[in-house]
Design a binder for this molecule. Structure first.
Ligand code: ZN
Ligand code: ZN
Ligand code: ZN
Length: 379
């Protein structure tokens, strides 16, 4: 491991250098980073999602400045090797401050999740400027995780796995409880296992298991019903930046046998997921990972029932580059972190999904999730 991998400031300094190279290649003079993942990735600080503007101004060949509300400045773990800190007082105009830092530059990149109100104010104050999404510069760089980021994703995955193990082991009672109750328990367990935040805990039972993004509700889970549990949170390995977990296991609530067709569907799904993981080797186009899983599911007659891409990148954001989807010919690169999560959904009947997070390495895919895939009939 290099010194940079061990020292977060040096690692961020390396990221900043790579961002500046990418800015030159993309003809971007200044990057303006506000809410979203680019800012914490580069300077270890997450902007508060409030109306006061926080913005890291990164000129292609001048020092970066973090413009931050004065009352939030104490939250910033500032290291002057990375950026200058410019707190703005309540009576100052932060837009004028940012415009001053932009200077005569006109080709600007702005982070994808900046509030529209802030972008509109900047556009008005900088009539000669053109704005491009900062993701054009940052997202391909951010997609490739360094060793410290891989360590954080593995710790997040291991914590989520401990919840999966409780689910598969029957510690989380299903039959007779509502989806919302089970969702709440999964969320509490994610936190108990070390996550700082719960991002989602989907619990879809019976016919709701065929709705991939089902909102868990008052439905009482019945004996023998499939239950899709897809959950994740944000895990902080150090105190600066959190990384996401995201995993899915589908189980059967005990007390009755599942529909025989569900067992068959699950067998197909388990095989497709495993084969798609095996295909996730460095150099393989992202879309090929999707195609491998999709062809197996289609060959079993369930092609129309697999209604989403097979996976997404993951890191500081739950969904980010690279996307494992038809049309993305980008080759998998060592350090890419992503989900492989095929699903088969028979509307009005039942569905299933299996999801693990992987990191592409020169030695093949490294699994961040290791909980069992075989179909469990649980309490
Ligand atoms: Zn999703
Ligand atoms: Zn998920
Ligand atoms: Zn996912």
């Amino acid at each position: 491991m290099s010194a940079a991998a061990l020292d977060p400031v040096l690692a961020r300094g390396e990221r900043m250098a790579r961002v500046r190279d990418a800015m030159r290649a993309a003809d971007v003079d200044v990057l303006l980073l506000s809410r979203g993942a680019d800012l914490p990735w580069l300077c270890g600080y997450e902007a508060m999602p409030l109306e006061r503007i926080t913005m890291l101004v990164v000129p292609v060949d001048d020092e970066a400045t973090l413009v931050v509300p004065e009352l939030e400045a104490p939250r910033v773990a500032h290291d002057s090797r990375l950026f200058r800190l410019r707190p703005w007082r309540e009576i100052e105009d932060p837009i004028a401050l940012i415009v001053g830092l932009v200077g005569r530059a006109t080709r600007l990149g702005i982070s994808d999740r900046t509030w529209a109100s802030h972008l509109l104010a900047l556009e008005k104050a900088l009539p000669a400027a053109t704005f491009a999404p900062a993701g054009r510069v940052t997202s391909r760089l951010r997609a490739i995780k360094d060793p410290a980021e891989v360590a954080a994703l593995r710790a997040a995955g291991a914590a989520a796995d401990r919840v999966s193990d409780a689910l598969l082991g029957g510690e989380i009672r299903l039959a007779g409880r509502t989806e919302a109750e089970v969702s709440k328990e999964i969320g509490e367990r994610l936190v108990a296992e070390g996550h700082r935040r719960v991002n989602f805990a989907i619990v879809g039972s019976g016919p709701n298991s065929a709705s991939p993004h089902h909102e868990p509700g008052a439905r009482v889970i019945g004996a023998g019903e499939p239950v899709v549990c897809d959950f994740g949170g944000t895990y902080y390995l150090d105190d600066s930046v959190g990384y996401c977990s995201d995993t899915t296991r589908t189980v059967v609530a005990g007390g009755a046998e599942p529909d025989p067709e569900f067992r068959e569907l699950y067998r197909v799904l388990e095989d497709a997921q495993r084969r798609a993981v095996e295909a996730s080797v460095v150099g393989t186009p992202c879309e090929q990972v999707d195609a491998v899983g999709r062809e197996l599911i289609a060959a079993a007659g369930y092609g129309d029932a697999f209604i989403h891409r097979i996976g997404h990148g993951i890191g500081i954001e739950e969904h980010e580059d690279p996307y494992m989807v038809s049309g993305n010919s980008e080759p998998l690169t060592a350090g890419h972190a992503f989900s492989v999560e095929p699903g088969i959904y028979l509307q009005g009947r039942f569905g299933a999904r299996i999801e693990d997070i992987l990191v592409a390495t020169g030695d093949g895919p490294l699994a961040c999730n290791a909980a069992d895939h075989s179909l469990h009939v649980v309490n």
